[in-house]
Design a protein around this ligand. Structure first.
Ligand code: GDG
Length: 455
């Protein structure tokens, strides 16, 4: 759920809305239509009672300790997440995880079925809930059901590895509209329906025993106006200057901001930087790298191994190229406020976004939006991030080709200001016309929601 629990001055626990594009986009629609957000509130054991916050109703669904382990960390994040990201890490398959996935998906379907009014629209989000569309349709045939997948949808050969494959596909086909970040993902899905279930399709419309299911690409975006506004505040500008000063006023700051996830190519980006230092093409402390790696899914083995590898690489770079009081890489395994992130975007000359596979990647879009005022700035972007289809003026690279990444980084570091501004302006114009409200509006109207009821 888009809320965090905070303790106020009196020591009482309160709910607070957490920032984020999805909630910003959906909040107005939910608030004006007595909408309910059904979700997991975090934590295990009994769920909090339903409550209202800022005009929207929140309906928490509980998870037990063992479901957290089997459904969330297991089936969602150790089976589906790696499988859907090109198996960058080996997906793990366990029967007990699958069962927990079914049980929890059914619980979400029950909850949605309980709160939805007659003929209501239900929009289900992401890979943790792929069985819900069909489960909900069975319970409530009167509802209008949409589904959006935030992560990639894999090619047939990979999807076919999953023991739960037919159930997941039938689950998704319970929706009237299944949305993806990319056209290719929608095509994978449509072809898979024929391959696995023998269903016929025309264009992107699948015939499920006489019922039409549409698939389509709806690239998600950010709240551009909010980032632009934040970046323009005196506080953020002052903080950006201060960050530069604290880093020793280097000529160039290279930034990475990611959840510490093996899909994001953090280790690769550090290697590219190290080799450029070794080649003498970059030098520290004239150039400094800052890597924010927000803690994520810390109980899962893949993530624990990644942390060890990344931290070893950071230690190696600083050992070889740092000076007393002047590390070559500042590595921050911490979470930051939104304002601090935007200040970092404003302070950075080069942003590196180098995932091996990423549904979209909002950090790339946030960096571009944050550069509106200050000018300059260069984005190094992996061709395997969904964002690469839109941000064509970035320094694009193939993350599987280390020399290519080094080359893109070097070009970004050395780009002149006029060229940097030209590239940024084109991307900024694109983002302003394609913000997260437009994403939500486009999806909902394709689902058949009347225009006056969309954001
Ligand atoms: C999934 C898909 C798709 C990061 N660290 C902090 C923080 N963040 C914020 C960023 C950005 C968001 O988290 C991360 O979004 P991404 O898109 O980069 O990546 P995923 O988390 O993997 O998201 C992805 C996305 O869903 C949306 O559909 O784009 O492909 O994998 O907004 O700014 N925010 C704060 N502190 C941090 O330390 N406040």
């Amino acid at each position: 759920m888009p809320v965090d629990q905070v303790v106020d001055e009196t020591g009482a626990t309160q709910w607070q809305r957490s920032p984020g594009g999805l909630v910003t986009a959906l909040h107005p629609v939910l608030a004006s239509h007595q909408g309910t957000w059904v979700g997991w509130a975090g934590g295990t054991g009994e769920a909090p009672e339903p409550f209202e916050l800022d005009g929207i109703k929140l309906h928490p669904v509980p998870l037990s300790d063992s479901e957290l382990e089997r459904y969330y960390e297991g089936q969602s994040n150790a089976t589906i997440w790696p499988l859907y990201h090109d198996a960058v890490e080996q997906p793990q398959f366990r029967r007990s995880w699958r069962e927990a996935y079914r049980v929890v998906n059914a619980r979400f379907a029950d909850a949605a079925s309980d709160v939805a009014a007659e003929g209501a629209t239900v929009w289900i989000q992401d890979y943790q809930l792929q069985l819900v569309p069909a489960m909900l349709r069975e319970r409530r045939p009167d509802l209008r059901i949409g589904f959006f997948l935030h992560i990639p949808f894999p090619p047939i050969e990979l999807f076919m590895q999953m023991p739960l494959r037919a159930e997941v596909l039938r689950g998704l086909l319970g929706a009237e509209l299944v949305g993806f970040q990319q056209k290719l993902a929608a095509q994978n899905f449509v072809r898979l329906s024929r391959h696995l279930l023998g269903l016929r399709y025309e264009g992107n419309t699948i015939d499920v025993n006489g019922r039409k299911v549409k698939a389509g690409a709806f690239p998600i975006s950010i709240d551009v106006a909010e980032i632009e506004r934040l970046a323009a505040t005196d506080a953020v500008q002052a903080r950006a200057k201060q960050i530069r000063a604290e880093l020793g006023d280097p000529e160039k700051i290279i930034l990475g901001v990611d959840r510490l996830d093996y899909t994001k190519g953090i280790e690769l980006r550090l290697k590219a930087y190290r080799e450029l230092l070794a080649d003498g093409k970059l030098e520290a402390p004239g150039t400094v790298m800052v890597q924010v790696a927000t803690p994520s899914r810390e109980r899962i083995g893949h993530y624990q191994n990644l942390r060890i590898r990344v931290e070893r690489e950071v230690g190696r770079i600083n050992g070889e190229y740092g000076l007393v009081g002047q590390p070559a890489v500042h590595y921050l395994h911490q979470s930051y406020s939104r304002t601090e992130l935007v200040a970092l975007y404003c302070a950075a000359d080069v942003m590196m976004v180098t995932p091996f596979r990423d549904g979209m990647n909002l950090v790339a879009k946030e960096y571009v939006a944050a550069r509106t005022g200050a000018g300059g700035g260069a984005l190094v972007l992996s061709e395997f991030a969904g964002a690469a289809s839109e941000l064509r003026q970035a320094f694009l690279c193939n993350p599987h080709d280390l020399d290519g990444v080094k080359d893109a980084l070097l070009r970004a570091v050395n780009v002149d200001r006029t060229e940097a501004n030209r590239r940024m302006r084109i991307m900024q114009r694109h983002l302003r016309a394609h913000d997260v409200s437009r994403w939500a509006r486009t999806f909902l109207s394709e689902l058949g929601v009347p225009a006056e009821e969309t954001p």
